[in-house]
Ligand binder design. Structure first.
Ligand SMILES: Cc1cc2nc3c(=O)[nH]c(=O)nc-3n(C[C@H](O)[C@H](O)[C@H](O)COP(=O)(O)OP(=O)(O)OC[C@H]3O[C@@H](n4cnc5c(N)ncnc54)[C@H](O)[C@@H]3O)c2cc1C
Length: 457
């Protein structure tokens, strides 16, 4: 079968590319190949009763399938160039913001209307943060919530499904290029396309690395973020979350001058497992529907590690730390902040007696046996800094889950059209190393689709 455009991966990047083709160039023959299942068939077996923790399914329902890693996410679309990726370095700051707003409009017209857009503009918290050696980054945040995010994806899929050929449970095994044609090899046959968009996200990072090697596309890799997910009573952060929803706050540690930042804040949310290539780490989400709210708020505290030559395997470093927690805890470890400070492990009894009820069934343990001292010291310093703007953060019962690792795909060498050195091969979303968020990944999909439409017109 021969297509004008083949899209590999049905996460936000791939979906928004497909959407643009359907809207602006309906005559193009477009196919989407996705390793996972359609949205309605994505079901994580963890039910808290029979299956309590990750059983490493062949295809992870959380990471793979229509909607990609974002399908069961909190659906926070951050409209900003300050974090979430470096798309602006390729396409310009104004264009990046324009496309993120455009994506927001599409989400609103597909079921997202009525959800709230939060903003840091004019917030009093900027000053409060500055007075306490913290920096609040600028952003507008659309919070869809896990439930509305699902509805939006469902509506977009219904609009696309008869106009684009979707191939689910069909991982592309290899990608070949010759005579201006791309050949996609799958377990059920081969497909050809004139243009190819690769949007395989974090879960496709190893595959992406192999493709780049085989097609001799240069890559660079030097960063990984490592830390913990903090869970505390929602009331402690209520003054911040009710005004800003998500606050991205950065702190420079006194001891090492490392940067520690808050990441992915989920007011009244739940902590969840995340499985990347068999390694279990922690993440979080929350629902828009108040009936599904918990009493807790969770967010990550992450320290970025940038490596220089000769070390190249930054993700390998992060994986090794995550594997340590998997080895000691059989998955994610949870520890009370008070226990960490006292240098003792948390156990079932101490967690059960804690005033904070954990929303994830993790193994009580000792994070100091897992995290490098420098990272742990930075996190502890940051918890005390946050305690000044949100008193109670440094309470003994505050829960820390570890480890949270933010793996960065290696950065693929791309031009300003997000095209590789092979004409017609575009790499977008988190798989390119350019984006790390829903809004940036989606915007990169819109951008590249329009470049291809202009080219083929
Ligand atoms: C639990 C969780 C919560 C999150 N919450 C937020 C949030 O609130 N806000 C935010 O901005 N970001 C959030 N993120 C990150 C966000 O989901 C990603 O940045 C975004 O999904 C990236 O989009 P993408 O299209 O680049 O890749 P992905 O969403 O990862 O999609 C890639 C798709 O490609 C498929 N694929 C991989 N390899 C192949 C192959 N060889 N052949 C065919 N298909 C393949 C995968 O199955 C996957 O479906 C969250 C992530 C997780 C895991």
């Amino acid at each position: 079968m021969k297509y004008d455009v083949a899209i590999i991966g049905a996460g936000p990047g791939g979906i928004f590319s497909a959407y643009e083709f359907v809207k602006k160039a309906p005559d193009l023959k477009v196919a989407v190949f996705e390793a996972g299942y359609p949205l309605e068939k994505r079901k994580c077996p963890i039910d808290g009763v029979n299956v309590k923790s990750c059983i490493s399914c062949h295809t992870c329902a959380i990471m793979n399938g229509f909607g990609g890693a974002g399908a069961f996410s909190d659906g926070k679309y951050n409209i900003t160039n300050d974090f979430g990726g470096t798309l602006y370095e390729y396409i310009g700051r104004d264009k990046a913001i324009e496309l993120m707003n455009y994506v927001d409009e599409i989400n609103m017209s597909h079921g997202g209307a009525g959800t709230k857009m939060y903003s840091t503009a004019g917030s009093e918290f900027k000053k409060l943060c500055m007075q306490n050696k913290l920096t609040l980054l600028d952003a507008s945040v659309r919070h869809l919530g896990t439930d509305i995010n699902y509805v939006v994806l469902e509506n977009i899929y219904n609009e696309l499904k008869d106009k684009v050929d979707f191939f689910f449970h069909r991982p592309v095994l290899s990608l070949e290029h010759s005579a201006n044609t791309f050949k996609l090899v799958t377990k059920d046959g081969e497909f050809e396309a004139k243009q190819c968009i690769v949007s395989v996200g974090r879960s496709g990072s190893s595959w992406m690395e192999n493709v780049c090697k085989e097609l001799e596309i240069p890559t660079h890799s030097n960063r990984v973020d490592i830390g913990v997910r903090v869970e505390l009573p929602a009331i402690i952060f209520e003054h911040l979350t009710s005004e800003l929803y998500e606050s991205k706050i950065v702190y420079q540690t006194e001891k090492f001058e490392d940067h520690v930042r808050t990441f992915c804040m989920n007011p009244h949310g739940a902590v969840v497992n995340e499985n990347t290539n068999g390694i279990v780490t922690v993440n979080g989400h929350s629902y828009e529907d108040p009936e599904k709210h918990t009493d807790n708020t969770n967010f990550a505290l992450l320290v970025s590690k940038h490596f220089s030559e000769p070390f190249k395997d930054s993700n390998g470093y992060g994986e090794s730390i995550a594997k340590l927690s998997n080895m000691l805890g059989g998955g994610v470890i949870v520890q009370r902040f008070g226990d960490l400070e006292r240098g003792r492990r948390s156990n079932e009894k101490r967690i059960a007696e804690s005033t904070v009820r954990p929303t994830l069934a993790a193994t009580p343990g000792d994070l100091s046996l897992v995290l490098p001292k420098r990272i742990l010291d930075g996190i502890i310093e940051m918890i005390y800094a946050l305690d000044k703007i949100a008193p109670g953060t440094a309470n003994e019962d505050t829960l820390l889950y570890g480890v949270e690792v933010k793996f960065y795909n290696m950065e693929v060498e791309l031009d300003n059209n997000l095209e590789t050195r092979i004409p017609g091969l575009y790499i977008i979303g988190d798989g390119s190393g350019v984006t790390h968020s829903l809004s940036h990944a989606s915007a990169s999909g819109v951008f590249v689709a329009n470049k291809i439409i202009d080219k083929l017109a």
